[in-house]
Ligand binder design. Structure first.
Ligand code: TRP
Length: 464
């Protein structure tokens, strides 16, 4: 993004159409697709969960993404400021506040997981998984995450990298890297898919992904699918409002939202396809949780020609994918500190990074020495700090943010303004406008509300 966008003389803008997609897709595609999607699919039993997830993406995720882009481009402001500009003297800006809170809790544990990927790059370079079977690799992973200092060291390194990119200007960095590295990640995942589905014993994993079993689908599973739709698409937090404010006035927001949604969903499904055939082939427990990817893939790489190189490349690209996402999360907090609290960008970055890293350290310790500390979370029992931050943000804060964002587009803004924004003042034909209205007025808010209530058991008597 070296040059300013012609349409927006006073603000930075994305340099190219591809740059917009790369940055937004770079935010969406991250650990959510490759680490989290496979492991929660494993917990909730495979194909049936994926179907619920895809429905959430289609009828709630994609309209909320377009809503965020439209709000940001209309207001030309950050997540909290946008509501203040579009709806002055109303409480809508609280939506931005929720996003601030979500950014804080997501990035704290996100940095820990990204730190694990950095450790895995080093372990891949030194070939330390060589000859180890699934059980031994599982043991190595358990040892790593339960240590006191090693995971914290890598978390700090990763957070420093995130702060560095945000400080140096996201635009030059992100746009340049994502253009080359994201397609490379895609290629490696496809190679992994081919290896995984041709492993002896892969059939059970393929069946797990494609044959729905509805037994494990309850209120908690549906809320997790919805929460993950928001998490994976980077929604409900203001990231896409902020990025929307950088999109030029001539671009077709509906088309961009669709492309980013499709790219993110494709990567998640391909990651699942790389994982489950191998999970079953090696006798790994599909419901293993956060360790799933970290145990499964080193096994696959061992049985691949060139696996040594592929593994180094894969974990490096995964770290980069995590970085292009973490940067978009940190930016929400930094923009708030900088613009609303009037501190310099540099101090904003340092303050935000230090605070988030400290909370993240607690999350890291909760996988080891602090494992005994359990905090209650409605609907999910009592969980450790790491899981609490993850579950609370993805399943409560993001859907709540999305609820208000869709209500804001559906009921808060003038219909004329919404139409002008998505149609570029009438230049574009927006055949989907009717559907978009129905989605933002009714389907998305009602869907989110129903899923919330069902998680508290309100509808259990119907489902049972
Ligand atoms: N979507 C990213 C992932 O899948 C994580 C992420 C980046 C995010 N920005 C976000 C999640 C904003 C929620 C909200 O890894």
């Amino acid at each position: 993004m070296d040059n300013m966008n012609n349409n927006l003389p006073e603000r930075d803008g994305f340099a190219s159409r591809f740059g917009i997609i790369a940055a937004a897709a770079g935010s969406a595609i991250g650990l959510g697709n490759i680490w989290k999607f496979p492991y929660i699919t494993g917990i909730y039993g495979g194909a049936a969960f994926i179907i619920v997830y895809l429905v959430c993406i289609a009828i709630i995720g994609s309209p909320v993404m377009l809503s965020e882009f439209a709000i940001g481009r209309r207001a030309q402001k950050n997540a909290i400021g946008s509501f203040k500009v579009l709806a002055p003297n109303t409480p809508w800006f609280v939506t931005g506040w929720l996003g601030f809170l979500a950014a804080f809790s997501i990035l704290s544990f996100y940095g820990v997981v990204a730190g694990w990927t950095l450790d895995y790059i080093v372990q891949s370079l030194t070939n330390s998984f060589a000859g180890a079977d699934a059980e031994a690799i599982g043991g190595m992973f358990g040892t790593l995450v339960s240590k006191t200092w090693t995971p914290i060291f890598w978390q700090v390194v990763f957070m420093a990298m995130t702060a560095g990119v945000v400080l140096g200007g996201i635009k030059d960095g992100i746009e340049k890297y994502t253009k080359i590295l994201m397609p490379m990640l895609l290629v490696i995942i496809i190679i992994l898919d081919i290896r995984a589905v041709t492993l002896p014993g892969a059939g059970a994993g393929v069946a797990f992904l494609f044959k729905p079993n509805w037994d494990l689908i309850n209120g908690e599973a549906v809320l997790s699918a919805l929460g993950h739709a928001f998490f994976s698409l980077s929604l409900g937090m203001g990231t896409m409002i902020t990025y929307g404010s950088y999109i030029g006035k001539k671009e077709n927001l509906g088309e961009i939202a669709l492309q980013v949604t499709l790219a993110d969903t494709a990567i998640a499904l391909l990651a699942g396809l790389a994982m489950f055939p191998a999970v079953f082939a090696y006798g790994i427990e599909p419901a293993a949780g956060p360790s799933l990817v970290f145990i499964t893939l080193p096994n696959v790489f061992q049985q691949m020609p060139g696996g040594y190189i592929f593994q180094i490349l894969f974990f490096s690209l995964l770290a980069v994918a995590a970085l292009t996402s973490s940067v978009s999360i940190l930016e929400v907090v930094v923009a708030y500190f900088h613009e609303e609290k009037n501190i310099s960008r540099k101090s904003a970055v340092i303050t935000a990074t230090v605070m988030i890293t400290l909370v993240g350290m607690a999350a890291s310790l909760s996988m080891g020495p602090w494992a005994g500390i359990k905090i209650p979370l409605p609907g999910f029992g009592s969980v450790n700090i790491f899981d609490w931050l993850d579950l609370f943000s993805a399943n409560y804060l993001l859907p709540l943010g999305g609820f208000f964002i869709s209500l804001f587009i559906g009921w808060g803004m003038e219909p004329e303004d919404v139409y002008e924004e998505v149609s570029n003042d009438g230049d574009l034909k927006v055949g989907y406008l009717g559907l978009f209205k129905i989605a933002t007025k009714f389907v998305a808010p009602a869907g989110i509300a129903i899923v919330f209530l069902s998680n508290f058991g309100v509808f259990d008597f119907i489902l049972k």
